[in-house]
Every structure is written in structure tokens, then in C-alpha cells.
Design a protein around this ligand. Structure first.
Ligand SMILES: Cc1cc2nc3c(=O)[nH]c(=O)nc-3n(C[C@H](O)[C@H](O)[C@H](O)COP(=O)(O)OP(=O)(O)OC[C@H]3O[C@@H](n4cnc5c(N)ncnc54)[C@H](O)[C@@H]3O)c2cc1C
Length: 400
């Protein structure tokens, strides 16, 4: 298990021990937590920020680095499930999230190989082709650029591998996910966030807004933080510390691999088979490829970051459909844990039954499409008491 993006990284910030007080605590140092900690620190609040491993060690440092628009569903399906107006607004939020991330790359001068080359969706069946074409028409009609590529318009490398139809979305992007999140974290700490790595939260006692105690454990000993408000950004792991999420956010595993530098072949992030399979070529020429979870969906669940041999084998077989890649060695294999919400949308806002606690979780495999704004939304809830983004994805929709 050697995640390509995390090589050489380990905890650096001092773990917490003993009892401290804070205005606000942020739990989790992935994209969402980094965004929340940064926005809170810039608002002058000096949040205590607790991570059980190190910044970016979760899904945020194990993904493919795609910055995509929309949810895990293609646009036509999203409209069928959510209704047209809601699907359009959710789609627009993800594009705003991308714009905000691109803004952060420049504002904080983050060296993360960010590029905006668009993304390519490929059809693997006639059904999927119909869905892609229908989605492309709906996207275009709603003012979201999408270009259909069929026949000779589809680059030869895809036709040679057996694909016939694709849709290019020119506004999508890609980046080194861990470097982006770590750049945000540096900015957050410079602005006043107090980060504790290698510090796991094992319990939150929410006595009431204004009086919440976070209990932690680390090699340095037990710790407590007494705070007015707590922001939970632990995505797939949310149910472990907040029972409300145990039956609302499911941990789901995704397999990944990376190759040695390969001949230039792919000029943007690509996904196929309804988004189950995805790959891109980074700035060093390495292919980063993941997915195929649908081959064994009942096994690919839970929070263990294990390799699935059958899926990894199938990923390499797929890679070899591209002739120039047949002799390129695989250098890295890893997995990561996503948090799938029961309706496929993020969950943001106050946590029912836990006064003083709010959460932004359940990004359903598309966190780099939503989690940056979700983290900012948590900070808005703390500083202003309201947030348009959080209002769009309220946790109360699941409350009983
Ligand atoms: C293989 C794979 C490929 C993916 N590809 C893409 C992609 O290309 N594009 C995209 O948009 N999304 C992708 N995703 C999803 C994306 O990575 C996530 O949606 C996103 O990173 C979620 O960010 P987060 O900050 O909410 O969660 P995470 O990055 O998982 O961060 C949560 C953090 O909380 C910490 N934590 C958990 N419990 C505790 C505790 N009790 N105490 C203290 N700390 C705790 C964890 O250690 C972790 O660091 C992929 C995910 C995987 C696994």
C-alpha cells in the first residue's frame, strides 16, 4: 500500500494532550476540514484543529485528483432524481466550488499542478451512450458547456481501445490532491489555526451550544478541548463519533494505482462506465487510475484501506487495452475510503441531537466537487449563523 500522493508524509504537528479551551474545534484534516479551518482562522477565531493521522491522509490524499462538476450521477439522472431546478443548482454549486478552489491555488500560491483541461466521459454501452448524449444536451441547454465527440472527433487512443462516444466538459480540472489540501493547511496554520496531528477524537460530549467537550487520544496522552462549537469534517468516518451519521453515511472503498511515467496519451481526466472507472495522466506522465468498485460492491465497503486483488488485476487488464501502456510498470497501489450519503448528496449543517455540533460529510465520491465550499459553509455557520451552501444540503432532511 503506497498511495502515490502521500509518499514520505507523516504527522508533523504536535499531538494534543491535557485540557484546553477553544472557541471552536475542527475535526478532520482532509479537504473539508482544511477549508473550514482556513476560513475560521481567517475570521480570527484560532480554531483547534484535530486530525488522527496527518493532513490529507484520508480520501483527500488518496483520490484521483479530478475536480469535476456535478454529483456522482450523470446530469440526466440527477434531474430525474432531484428535479430539474434542484439538479441545476447542485450542478452550479460544484462549478462554484471549482472556481473557489482555483482561486485558492492562486491566492495561497499552492504548488499542486492544478490544470483546467476539462474532463472526458466515455460510454461503455449503448445505454450509457444514450445517457451521455441526453446529459450533454441538458447540460448545454442549462448553460454548462459540453461537447459530444463521436467517430473521428474522439481521439484515436480511445477508439483504438474500443470506445466510440465521449462527451468533453471543458470546465473541469485536476490537481495533486494532497498538495492542494496541504497548501490550504499551511495557510490555515499561518492564519492562526492550531493543528494537532496523530490525535484521534474518540468522543464528543455535546451538553449544549456553548458547551461541547471533545475527548482525544494520542501517543502524548488523553486530551480534552472544551469549546462553544465543534465542526466535524470526517466524511466516511462520521458515524464513528456521531451516531446520527451511522445510518446516513456509508464508508465505501475505492482502489487506485499509478504507473511509472508513460508516453503522453490522455490530455484530460477521463471516466467511463457511469463514473465507476476513471484515470488521468499527471504532469510527470504517470497514469493514475482507479475504480472498478462495481465488480465487487459488497466487498468494497468499510474503512480498512486494503487492496482488492481481483479489482487491481482488472484495472491493469484495462490499462493494457491501450497499446502504448502495455510495458509501463505499476509503481503504486492503494485504496481509500469514501463517505457515501444515502441520497448521494453532501450533508451540511447542525447535527440533530448534538447541540453545538455541526458537520459537513457524505461527499459520495465527489468531494473535490463540493467539500471546499462545504468547509467554508461550516465557517459561515460559526461566524454568521447561516450559509446558503449549508441550506442547500441540510442535515435535517434526514432527521426523524
Ligand atoms: C479512491 C478514491 C478516489 C476518489 N477520486 C475522487 C476524484 O477524483 N474527485 C473527487 O471529487 N473525489 C474523489 N474521491 C472522493 C474524495 O476524495 C472525497 O470526497 C474527499 O476527499 C472528502 O474530503 P473530506 O475532507 O470530507 O474527507 P477525508 O479526506 O476523508 O478527511 C477526513 C479526515 O478525518 C480524519 N478523521 C476521521 N476520523 C477521525 C477522528 N475520530 N479523529 C480525528 N480525525 C479523524 C481522517 O483521518 C481524515 O484525514 C475519491 C475518493 C477515493 C477514496
Amino acid at each position: 500500500m503506497n498511495p502515490y500522493w502521500l509518499e514520505g508524509l507523516k504527522p508533523e504537528a504536535a499531538p494534543l494532550s491535557g485540557a484546553v479551551d477553544a472557541d471552536v474545534v475542527v475535526i478532520g484534516a482532509g479537504l473539508c476540514g482544511a477549508s473550514a479551518a482556513l476560513a475560521l482562522a481567517e475570521a480570527g477565531l484560532a480554531p483547534r484543529w484535530v486530525e488522527r493521522g496527518y493532513v490529507s491522509v484520508g480520501a483527500s490524499g488518496r483520490n484521483a485528483g479530478f475536480v469535476l462538476q456535478g454529483t456522482a450521477e450523470r446530469y440526466s439522472r440527477a434531474i430525474a432524481v432531484m428535479g430539474h431546478e434542484r439538479a441545476r443548482r447542485v450542478h452550479a454549486w460544484s462549478r462554484e466550488n471549482h472556481a473557489a478552489m482555483a482561486g485558492a491555488v492562486s491566492r495561497y500560491d499552492i504548488d499542486c499542478a492544478y490544470q483546467k483541461r476539462g474532463s472526458l466521459q466515455l460510454a461503455c454501452s449503448e445505454d450509457e451512450e444514450r445517457e451521455l448524449l441526453e446529459s450533454a444536451a441538458l447540460l448545454t441547454a442549462d448553460g454548462f458547456p459540453a461537447r459530444v465527440l463521436v467517430g473521428a472527433d474522439l481521439p484515436a487512443c480511445y477508439r483504438d481501445a474500443g470506445f466510440h462516444t465521449g462527451v468533453h466538459l471543458p470546465d473541469d480540472g485536476e490537481l495533486h490532491p494532497a498538495q492542494f489540501v496541504r497548501g490550504l493547511a499551511r495557510a490555515a496554520v499561518s492564519a492562526g489555526a492550531v493543528l494537532h496531528e496523530a490525535t484521534a477524537v474518540d468522543r464528543i460530549d455535546a451538553q449544549g451550544a456553548g458547551d461541547v467537550t471533545v475527548h482525544t487520544a494520542s501517543a502524548a496522552g488523553a486530551g480534552t478541548i472544551r469549546a462553544s462549537l465543534v465542526v466535524v469534517c470526517t466524511n466516511a468516518y462520521a458515524g464513528g463519533i456521531l451516531p446520527f451519521f451511522a445510518d446516513k453515511v456509508d464508508p465505501v472503498r475505492g482502489q487506485m494505482l499509478a504507473t511509472a511515467p508513460a508516453p503522453a496519451l490522455f490530455d484530460c481526466p477521463v471516466y467511463a462506465d457511469h463514473g465507476f472507472d476513471y484515470w488521468r495522466q499527471d504532469e510527470h506522465g504517470r497514469i493514475v487510475l482507479g475504480g472498478w468498485r462495481n465488480l465487487d460492491p459488497t466487498a468494497e465497503v468499510g474503512t480498512d484501506e486494503t487492496l482488492h486483488e481481483g479489482i487491481q488485476t482488472r484495472m491493469v487488464e484495462f490499462l493494457h487495452r491501450f497499446a502504448p501502456l502495455r510495458d509501463v510498470p505499476i509503481t503504486h497501489r492503494w485504496s481509500g475510503t469514501m463517505g457515501f450519503s444515502r441520497d448521494g448528496l453532501p450533508i451540511c449543517g447542525p447535527v440533530p441531537g448534538a447541540p453545538g455540533v455541526m458537520a459537513a460529510v457524505g461527499f459520495t465520491g465527489h468531494g473535490f466537487g463540493f467539500a471546499f465550499l462545504a468547509g467554508k459553509a461550516m465557517a459561515e455557520l460559526v461566524t454568521d449563523g447561516r450559509s446558503d451552501f449549508a441550506d442547500a444540503f441540510p442535515s435535517r432532511r434526514f432527521a426523524v
